[in-house]
Design a protein around this ligand. Structure first.
Ligand code: NAI
Length: 331
């Protein structure tokens, strides 16, 4: 039998946490034959609710779940974890300045970086979900210098999956037949959902999405806006932000990272830029990646047209500004 893997979920008493922990306990994240021990962290204000989630996890009698830790102590939460999914953060409340939200999250991610560095298992893989996801991940990277930078990522898989969903709806094909969309840049409304290299498998072989859609105006306009604004549309409809889709996408992100991407398929992940595609190095930026043996690598050599270039640069500019704002909060 396999040794259990320890999975940390921060903000586990929140909405995404409530959708995510049962998925982890069912093997959706680490695979159907991989036992897990869940480490759940939240703040004292949510301690009682967190304990309620732990009770439900016990009640669900998940065969793969070999232990549950529910704690408000960061050191205990991080001890020996192999995977850390960082969902906890400070939300933007009405009337709050961007800088105030940034400042709260910078201080959370700075201290959680130190705890992961001290207590997590060597080679722990980190996924930041909490917004501003790219910049929180960057702060975590900066303050956990002993964690390899390749191990620190942020979630743009939800945006990627939303893009697959929109293409499948438009073409009236199964979402599982669509692949290789790309989310470039920030997990914000400046992101660039790109279908230039996306394909659909049909009974006559692989077909290009732009050719099948045959409507560049839609692909460059309403399609992009729908994906960019999907989070806001969900809030409007549900009066709560995306949770089941965020949780499911977080599982997809980690599962593909650990177990690999299928041959010929890439996914989008926010990773530390090495300057590929002339994206400034030193930002956490969403790229197309393939994964093998527990490591991601950026898909190289894709052609980039002028339209794409402008969109990729605009979201990079926003991330550069966010980085500067985050640094100004440190002082
Ligand atoms: P929520 O407010 O329901 O839950 C957040 C939880 O984090 C709360 O239980 C809170 O007590 C906890 N928390 C706050 N500070 C903490 C700290 N220092 N340590 C540990 N826990 C802490 O929010 P929800 O809906 O679950 O969303 C969580 C985050 O995910 C938000 O920042 C949201 O913007 C982000 N998000 C990101 C997405 C992405 O695709 N990257 C998609 C959807 C949401």
């Amino acid at each position: 039998a396999k040794e259990p893997v320890r999975v940390l979920v921060t903000g586990a008493a929140g909405q995404i946490g409530y959708a995510l922990v049962p998925m982890v306990a069912r093997g959706v994240m680490m695979g159907p034959d991989q036992p897990v021990i869940l480490h759940m962290l939240d703040i004292p204000f949510a301690a009682e609710a967190l304990n309620g989630v732990k009770m439900e996890l016990i009640d669900a009698a998940f065969p793969l779940l070999k232990g549950v830790i529910a704690t408000t102590d960061v050191a205990e939460a991080c001890a020996g974890v192999n995977v850390a999914v960082m969902v906890g953060g400070f939300p933007r409340k009405e009337g709050m300045e961007r800088k105030d939200v940034m400042s709260k999250n910078v201080s959370i991610y700075k201290s959680q970086a130190s705890a992961l560095e001290k207590y997590a298992a060597p080679n722990c893989k980190v996924l930041v979900v909490a917004n501003p996801a790219n910049t929180n991940a960057l702060i975590l990277k900066e303050f956990a210098p002993s964690i390899p930078e390749k191990n620190i990522t942020c979630l743009t898989r939800l945006d990627h999956n939303r893009a697959l969903g929109q293409v499948s709806e438009r073409l009236n094909v199964q979402v599982s037949d669509v692949k290789n969309v790309i989310i470039w840049g920030n997990h914000s409304s400046s992101q660039y959902p790109d279908t230039c290299h996306a394909t659909v498998s049909t009974k006559d072989g692989e077909k290009s999405v732009p050719a099948l859609v045959n409507d560049d105006e839609w692909l460059r306009g309403p399609f992009i806006q729908t994906v960019q604004q999907r989070g806001a549309a969900i809030i409007k409809a549900r009066k709560l932000s995306s949770a089941l889709s965020a949780a499911s996408s977080a599982c997809d992100h980690i599962r593909n990272w650990v177990l690999g991407t299928p041959e010929g398929t890439w996914v989008s992940m926010g990773v530390y830029s090495d300057g590929s595609y002339n994206v400034p190095a030193g930002l956490i930026y969403s790229f197309p990646v393939t994964c093998k043996n527990g490591e991601w690598s950026i898909v190289q050599g894709l052609s980039i047209d002028d339209f794409s270039r402008k969109k990729m640069d605009a979201t990079a500019t926003e991330l550069t500004e966010e980085k500067a704002l985050a640094y100004s909060c440190l002082n």
